[in-house]
Design a protein around this ligand. Structure first.
Ligand code: NI
Ligand code: MN
Length: 225
């Protein structure tokens, strides 16, 4: 399985089955992404919430690739209402797809769509693919139930925001890693805009002081999981 990071919260997973799953594909208007939406494809698109920096180019990509949206009910209905295929889920629920299992978690944040419609509750998502569990927290503040999430599903890779202002900053993100106890922590949602200009290596150093592993992915980099 491969994990590619575009910057911000945008990732692409390519499963061993060759199915491609995009998460929060904010590319064309994202000043830090070296990749534009015309250059990516997706069988599935997961949106953690409805903010513009997460929906991003999802509709453009879905139209070209006939992708299936996977998100919480209200946001899935918003996608269906625009003529796209969507699988409605909700927080706490899991479902087996042909590439693996998806389960939605809570996230403490907002979820208004760019055209001011209610996007449902914001979420995080656990992807269980090819024997590994990846937890993309979405945009969130720190919450103690991350401990429960890690206990119920041992996490191999935790993708979490460190940029502060809209989400956890570095101190809270390090605590989130301590609570969730993943094997490897990967920082996201930083440097995109001046207001979220955090240093990922400071996060990495602090995570390593906990005796845990952290990878700072370059924008555009793809790694083998
Ligand atoms: Ni947001
Ligand atoms: Mn965001």
């Amino acid at each position: 399985m491969k994990l590619r990071y575009f910057s911000h919260s945008a990732f692409q997973i390519t499963a061993k089955s060759n199915k491609k799953i995009l998460i929060d594909p904010f590319l064309d208007d994202n000043p830090t992404s070296p990749v534009k939406s015309d250059d990516v494809s997706a069988d599935y698109i997961i949106l953690t919430h409805a903010h513009g920096d997460h929906i991003g180019d999802a509709f453009k990509i879905a139209k070209r690739c006939n992708s299936l949206f996977i998100c919480v009910n209200e946001l899935a209905n918003y996608c269906s209402g625009k003529g796209f295929n969507a699988h409605n889920m909700h927080i706490g629920g899991g479902h087996n797809f042909d590439f693996g299992r998806i389960k939605f978690t809570i996230a403490h944040h907002g979820s208004l769509t760019p055209d001011n419609q209610y996007g449902g509750e914001p979420s995080g998502v656990i992807l269980s693919i090819d024997g590994k569990n990846i937890y993309h927290t979405g945009d969130t503040g720190l919450f103690y139930d991350m401990k429960l999430i890690g206990e119920m599903t041992p996490i191999d890779y935790m993708l979490l925001p460190i940029g502060d202002n809209f989400t956890m900053g570095i101190t809270d993100a390090v605590k989130a890693v301590e609570l969730t106890n993943p094997k490897t922590a990967i920082p996201m949602h930083y440097k995109t805009f001046p207001v979220i200009n955090a240093d990922p290596n400071e996060f990495k150093d602090k995570v390593e002081k906990l005796g845990k592993k952290s990878i700072v992915m370059e924008f555009g980099q793809e790694i083998e999981l």
